[in-house]
Each structure stands twice: as C-alpha cells, then as structure tokens.
Write a protein that binds this ligand. Sequence first.
Ligand SMILES: Cc1cc2nc3c(=O)[nH]c(=O)nc-3n(C[C@H](O)[C@H](O)[C@H](O)COP(=O)(O)OP(=O)(O)OC[C@H]3O[C@@H](n4cnc5c(N)ncnc54)[C@H](O)[C@@H]3O)c2cc1C
Length: 286
Amino acid sequence: MSEIEKYIAPEEVAEAVEALGTGGVTIVAGGTDLTPQINEGRCHYEPTLMNIQRIEELNRISLTDGEIRIGCLATVSEIWYNDIIIEHADILCQTANCFASDQIRNAATIGGNICNASPAGDMIIPLLVLGASVELASWKEGAMEIRREPLDKFFKGPGKTIRNENELLVAVIFDKPSADFIGQFRKSGPRPALEISTVTVGIGGDLKDGKLENVRVAFGAVGPTPLRGKATEVALEGQILTEDIISNAAAAAQKDASPIDDIRATTWYRNHLIAVFTEELLNNVC
Ligand SMILES: Cc1cc2nc3c(=O)[nH]c(=O)nc-3n(C[C@H](O)[C@H](O)[C@H](O)COP(=O)(O)OP(=O)(O)OC[C@H]3O[C@@H](n4cnc5c(N)ncnc54)[C@H](O)[C@@H]3O)c2cc1C
C-alpha cells in the first residue's frame, strides 16, 4: 500500500484538471466507494490525494437550451430533491429512492457512481435510459480541453472505463425528455435499498397514442458493465404495449443479458428476474 505524500483541495475546475495532468493523483469525491476499496486493499492511493469537493460549480444541476446538466459532485440526495429532475427526469428520483441509506445518499456523487464503473452502479441505469453523455476535462498545452462521450460507450468492464487518468469527469448531460416521456426503474435485492443490486432494469420512451417510441432500455448487474438492452428496444419500438409485445420484450431482455453466478444470485435467478422486471415495468406504463 502506497502512502499519501500530498493532499490538495482545489476550488476551481481548471486547477483540478491541471493537477491531474501532472500524474500520480487519486481523485476523491464522496469517498463512499474509494474508502472501503482502500481499506479492503482493492486499490491504493497515488502520491497525491485530490479532494474535489470544494469546486462549487461541479455540484450544480441546470436546464439550459433544452439540455439538462448534472455536475459530477451532485449527490444522490441533491438529484432526488432537485426541481428540474423531479419535473423532467423522475426516473432518476425513482432510482435515488432505492439507493443506499440517507447517510450514503448525502455523500455519494453521480460522478463517483459513474467513474467507479460497477456493473451494479444504480444511477447509471436511468442515465442510460435518458441517453446521457459525460464530459471529460483534461489539461492540454496550458488550457482545459473537454470531450463529450456517450455514456453507453463509457464502460469497458468492471471498474474500467474509457476515461484517461488525466481526465476529470465534470458533468453528465442529457436532452430534456419530451412531455410524453415515461421512465421506469426497478431494482432487486433482499431489501429495497442499502443493497448491492442483483438485477436492475430501466425502461424509457415517449408514450404517444398508446405506442412507445424512442425507446431506451438499460440493465445493471447482468453483464460486465451496465448495458443498453438493444434487442428489448427493437421489440418495443413503435409498438402498442399488448400482452404479446410485453412477453416478446421480456424474452428479448433475457437475450440482452449475460449474467453470471456470484455470491448475490445465480445466473438462472438473474435471467428470471430480468424478464419479470421488464414485464412488470411495461405493465406499469400501459
Ligand atoms: C453502505 C453503502 C451502500 C451503497 N449503496 C449503493 C447503492 O445502493 N447503489 C449504488 O449504485 N452504489 C452504492 N454504493 C456505492 C457508492 O456509494 C456509489 O457508487 C457512489 O455514488 C460513489 O460516489 P462517491 O462520490 O462516494 O465516489 P468516490 O468513492 O469518491 O469515488 C469513486 C471512484 O470514482 C473516482 N471519481 C470520483 N469522482 C470522479 C470524477 N468526477 N472524475 C473522475 N473520477 C472520479 C474516484 O477516484 C474513485 O475511483 C454504496 C456504498 C456504501 C458504502
């Protein structure tokens, strides 16, 4: 285990990104993933520990020009009680309601949930349903450079993403959903919250004249990364949610998923749940 040689707590994004560019930096936001991982020896500190909590602009949630932007430091609690999110993206509130305890929700940030890249990261599922992208900032030739990447291309495997070590995830962004948008989230586990998910399902789309359009489906804890349910989306796109369409979608969901056996659930049980939850959510909206 390496020792921390230096602690920094920048107040500006540019300052943080410049520091990251020098290398050997561990970023800490809420610390709710990092601290247990360090304590259990699953990762180690780099020589510099950078606390980003003092960068005020990174916890803002805004709606500008039809785009909703959530700063990386917005906590699960702040997202849950934010008026913009309540009005336009309630699926995030549904998820926050199933997330950990009050204490953890008050510390856990959206940026940390995404960058930790757990296949069971709960907040990632509604963000995939909302078609979100992430903004990654780095320091190049004396100035800050920002790239935007779709969230569904961000994850590479458990704990692995396309983010380079010199990049700070500054925000997650998505288009304001239309007035017809409906989004539904479901999480399993022996308890409704304070539980690492065994299966999560998110479904969203515009419900017009009984038909579901612009459908996005996402699944958690049923593959090496949180994933889009492409076969399920095809089964649902432009369809009226009849009994047959719903059972086709449930079968497609099982094709999209590739769960494993682990200490929390068997492959069989996860495959069963994914179909049951898909059916349940679709029955809720029709
Ligand atoms: C008791 C308990 C219950 C939990 N329950 C749930 C749950 O129900 N659902 C769930 O999904 N998770 C749960 N978690 C996990 C954790 O709370 C979340 O993943 C949380 O969102 C992580 O955010 P954080 O700010 O604490 O991240 P941190 O621990 O500070 O950071 C996590 C990782 O991301 C990196 N990082 C953080 N911010 C950035 C950034 N802006 N740019 C680049 N890298 C960054 C850090 O370097 C670190 O590697 C639980 C944890 C605990 C301890």
